[in-house]
Ligand binder design. Structure first.
Ligand SMILES: [Zn+2]
Length: 263
């Protein structure tokens, strides 16, 4: 058992230690939450003032059952779309893409729906909560470009319907009350239980499966690194806890590995 490094130890020492973990790791995985995208200007839906805080999330059952709920759902999507659409990946996203291309990271498992990991160049991204990068028809599974749906919403359509079959369209994100994609979840569990290093980044690790994936990894023998602005329930079992910017921390970790963001 190695000695514990607490958050008050110098952050340079902590990022050096994360660098050493990567040096000793063969199966590293990153797990990301909203905190990595707040550095790109996307408000955490739980944070006050963001567009999401003004709306009660629409449950999937209500979306199916009630026209009022569908109207509310699309009103919320319409208002949040610009912020999502204009967001660019930040140093944290780019550092993870760099780690993957250097063969240091197997995959990113994310709770985010913004597509910024892919924009940054990550190729293996497991999206537990789906993606805002397309819309789907709930009747025939046809896919729609969300730009097109946004145009319709802005032109006054309140509840967009499928051109082919007339059924309801919905963003390809997972709503409350909607099952997580089973194959993606299975793959995420396999990655975490097989990992030797897990970085939990920008997640409060409270909502499932965010809480249990890094825990399962740790219980299966992985080292656990947590970078998050606030405390998490897993801080006590983590090997390193950092309360700093994900982008700055990971850029320093890259430096310890002789990598940089541009290369
Ligand atoms: Zn359809």
């Amino acid at each position: 058992m190695e000695e514990k490094v607490s958050p008050d130890a110098g952050s340079a020492a902590l990022t050096a230690r994360i660098g050493r973990f990567f040096g000793e790791s063969e199966r590293a995985v990153a797990f990301t939450g909203a905190g990595i995208s707040t550095e790109s200007g996307i408000a955490d839906f739980r944070s006050p003032g963001g567009v999401w805080s003004r709306y009660q999330p629409v449950l999937f059952q209500d979306f199916l059952a009630s026209a009022a709920a569908r109207r509310r759902y699309w009103q919320m999507k319409k208002e949040g779309y610009r912020e999502l659409r204009s967001a660019k990946p930040n140093a944290g996203h780019r550092a993870l893409a760099r780690l993957e291309s250097a063969g240091r990271l197997q995959a990113v498992i994310t709770q985010n729906i913004d597509g910024l990991h892919q924009d940054a160049g990550s190729s293996r991204v497991l999206e537990l909560h789906g993606t805002s990068r397309h819309c789907v028809c709930l009747g025939c599974d046809a896919r729609y470009d969300p730009d097109l749906i946004q145009e319709r919403l802005e032109a006054g359509v309140e509840i967009p319907l499928c051109d082919r079959c007339g059924a309801f369209l919905k963003s390809a994100t997972i709503s409350f009350g909607q099952a997580l994609p089973a194959t993606v979840l299975r793959e995420a569990i396999d990655l975490c239980t097989g990992a030797d290093l897990v970085l939990a980044l920008g997640s409060s690790l409270v909502v499932e499966p965010a809480a249990s994936l890094p825990l399962q990894a740790k219980q299966s023998g992985a080292r656990l690194v947590i970078i998050n602005r606030t405390e998490t329930p897993l801080d006590d079992i983590a090997d390193v806890v950092l309360r700093e910017s994900i982008g700055e921390s990971l850029t320093r970790v890259l430096g310890h590995l002789g990598l940089d963001l541009a290369s």
